[in-house]
Design a protein around this ligand. Structure first.
Ligand code: T1G
Length: 695
């Protein structure tokens, strides 16, 4: 008898119940248990029909992803589902929670599907670099047609019970006690002598001859570089061209190709990594969390407003403070404008907009922040200003209030020291636009308490962010690595490459845009002002003036001024090579006496990415990031590093650290530049034949 799948009969109905917490994943024991329980049900003459359901929080949420990469063990899930479908008794799936992947595929092998109104079902395998490999690409099109099946399988998004009922996937939506409802429904079907409904015997409605090529074109840009979405299309197409058995064979071939692909390994790594980042080594699970019932935001600018929206959307009241009424009004109006734009796209109702806005109050007085549980400061990036703000916050906020700074570069320890409660001070570095970007770098100061860290890491999830805990250094994890990559990109252009060539190499690698298009988007003036500031405050260490400064001085600040490194036509964000930029680069090369050379795409990719890996290794050595996976998640969620590459550190492992190290050593020998001094950690791992993943 299996301890993860049970069989019992109630009221003449056989109940097959999967009980494999936390999500009833369909590991080997569950698959075998399902067959054993099915055999019991079929042998039970007192059972007129059989119900399959999950115990605990959900119907099975899919195959056990941890088993992938191991030797597959019989029975395979497709075979289990075929056995369910071919069984001699009426089979009903009773769904609650999230029936995903193989879980949904089990329901498709049943004759009827019943779901709680709160249940969701979906085929998210594409997000793991896979495709539904247990009949989903063959049965779903037979049930809802090719087009709808493509949307579900390539989209990979869960669907609500009501929507599924309209689509003809779910036969009955219930509320209340699922088991009782399922037994009653099964008895009713048995009393009515309801027909068996084997989905595999249906034929597919292929809406048009071009449905598959049209679909491929429709995702070409968004799914650029991905393998799985296009394999999903091929599998669904097979359902329209082959009989079920042949189609399932084709599905298996395509699934196996994906399972063995580096892309799926990378995406499965990200699946677990984005969950691991929320677990902070060294902070006990039972560390007390402080209640965050009300939040204060200092600064109603773009960042302050965007940050406020995260809390308002999560139902947390916000008090927003500015120095001048005009700035406050502008900030509140911008928040409303952003919500209304979302509502216009149908992603929010007007009631939801009003509910969010009702949670927002604004004030000109620090004293009004005396009752908030957390304050996030988002004022001008200047240490003096920030220290003044924290001095005020220290004065007015209640004991136990958490004081957070949104600084992207300044020293959180120094800010904390400007208060009497450094243990309550933390960095919460949001990425612009703060209401959109999922990454949140939570910056622990030397004095930040475990309680504050645990509270802020949980709060990150509550506001829909992927919170990564990082340490204090210039640029923390994301921007520190970014600055190294930008420096290489500039050097490559100085030495002979064009900005367009550098950008194309990184775009083709899978990044959303190249370094120079990114600089034009952020604004060349941003970096220029910081460098000019350093040239005033610390001339000895300030960076040399370069052609980017020359462009900024001409107010070529990027997209916002119609031209930066690239030119932009009116209302068109497509970057076009600029003669002005080419001239400034030529001028700079002449001034510096640089002899240009042909630079290969390989060198561009290696120099831009290996310098990131080397900096990542240094960040790990310094303890600024806790694990390589934290760096991977920062770059995937903060900068669009392609998820099918797994993040910079995972990608370096896939290249082989011996190769990466050898190249870094070569660049150091050629340039002597500190950025190329191999990080000792990288050197050690390379020498020991190890990976970052082995840390
Ligand atoms: N396999 C193994 N572990 C899983 C898992 C899975 N499918 N799903 C979740 N976990 C772990 C997760 O790592 C975490 O572990 C804990 O469960 C709670 O998860 C043949 C090939 C179900 C919506 O892609 O979307 O079926 O951190 O923190 O936020 O065609 O988990 O506690 O140690 O995410 O409430 C397809 C993936 C698989 C679903 C719940 N299925 N899971 O979200 O909790 S491939 C999926 C989710 C497949 C077939 C194919 C979510 C959830 P720990 P959690 P949650």
């Amino acid at each position: 008898m299996s301890d993860v799948v049970s069989y019992q009969r109630e009221d003449e109905i056989g109940l097959i119940v999967v009980d494999n917490p936390p999500v009833n994943a369909l590991g080997h024991a569950v698959r075998q248990g399902l067959l054993d329980a099915l055999d019991q049900g079929l042998a039970d003459d007192g059972a007129r029909a059989l119900v399959v359901m999950g115990a605990g929080r959900t119907f099975p949420a899919g195959a056990d992803i941890r088993e992938f990469g191991q030797t597959p063990k019989e029975p395979a899930l497709p075979d289990v589902i075929n056995r369910l479908e071919d069984s001699g008794k009426l089979l009903i799936a009773a769904v609650h929670g999230t029936a995903l992947g193989g879980g949904m595929e089990i329901t498709l092998g049943c004759d009827y599907r019943l779901a709680l109104d709160s249940a969701r079902m979906g085929l998210p395998e594409v997000n793991l670099g896979l495709l539904p490999g247990a009949g989903g690409t063959q049965r779903l099109p037979r049930l809802i047609g090719a087009q709808a099946a493509l949307d579900a399988i390539v989209g990979g998004k869960p669907m609500k019970a009501g929507q599924l009922e309209k689509m003809g996937v779910v036969d009955k939506v219930v509320s209340g006690d699922l088991k009782a409802e399922a037994i009653a429904y099964a008895r009713q079907l048995a009393d009515d002598n309801a027909p068996r409904r084997k989905v595999s015997e249906l034929t597919v409605d292929k809406e048009s001859d071009t449905v598959f090529s049209d679909y491929e074109q429709s995702i070409a840009r968004k799914k650029r570089g991905f393998l799985a979405p296009f394999h999903c299309i091929k599998a669904v197409q097979a359902a329209t061209e082959l009989d079920f058995a042949a189609g399932q064979k084709r599905e298996r071939e395509l699934f196996t190709e994906l399972l063995n692909s580096p892309q799926s390994a990378a995406q499965r790594h990200v699946f677990f990594a984005e969950r691991e980042v929320g677990k902070v080594p060294g902070i006990a699970k039972d560390t007390p969390r402080r209640e965050i019932a009300q939040v204060g935001i200092i600064g109603a600018g773009t960042m302050g407003g965007g940050i406020a929206m995260n809390f308002l959307s999560a139902g947390i009241p916000v008090k927003m403070l500015e120095m001048k009424q005009e700035a406050l009004d502008k900030g509140v109006a911008l928040i409303r404008k952003n919500y209304e734009a979302t509502a216009k796209k149908g992603r929010m109702t007007s009631e939801q907009v009003e509910r969010c806005m009702s949670l927002l109050t604004s004030t000109l007085s620090y004293d009004d922040l005396s009752d908030v549980d957390l304050v996030i400061e988002a004022v001008f990036e200047n240490m003096k200003v920030k220290k003044e703000v924290f001095g005020e916050l220290d004065r007015v906020t209640k004991p136990g209030a958490i004081l957070a700074t949104n600084t992207s570069t300044l020293d959180v320890n120094e800010i904390a020291q400007s208060t009497r409660r450094p243990e309550d001070v933390i960095g919460m570095h949001f990425f612009s636009p703060a209401n959109v970007m999922k990454l949140l770098e939570n910056v622990r100061g030397e004095a930040t308490s475990d309680e504050v860290i645990a509270t802020v890491m949980d709060l990150s999830k509550r506001i829909g962010k992927v919170g990564v805990l990082v340490g204090v250094c210039y640029g923390f994890v994301g921007n520190r690595i970014l600055h190294k990559r930008q420096a290489q990109a500039i050097s490559l252009v100085n030495e002979g490459a064009t900005p367009a060539q550098v950008d194309k190499v990184l775009y083709d690698f899978g990044l959303p845009m190249g370094p120079f298009a990114m600089a034009d988007l952020a604004g060349l003036d941003v970096g220029w002002r910081i460098r000019e500031g350093l040239r005033e405050s610390d001339p000895a260490n300030a960076p040399e003036r370069n052609w980017l400064d020359a462009l900024a001085e001409q107010e070529r600040w990027g997209q916002k001024t119609g031209g930066g490194v690239f030119d932009y036509a009116e209302g068109d964000r497509t970057p076009r090579p600029s003669e002005v930029t080419a001239a400034e680069i030529e001028k700079y090369r002449a001034e510096q006496g640089i002899e240009t050379r042909e630079i290969s795409d390989t060198e561009i990719l290696e120099r831009c990415l290996y310098v990131m890996v080397n900096e990542g290794a240094k960040i790990l050595e310094e303890g600024v990031a806790m694990r390589p996976l934290d760096i991977d998640i920062v770059w995937i969620y903060g900068y669009g590093f392609p998820v099918y590459q797994g993040g910079p550190m995972f990608w370096a492992d896939s290249i082989g650290l011996d190769k990466v190290h050898a190249k870094i050593q070569q660049f150091h020998d050629e340039t002597g530049h500190d950025d190329w001094k191999p990080a000792p950690l990288l050197e050690r791992l390379a020498k020991e034949g190890k990976r970052f993943a082995d840390l």
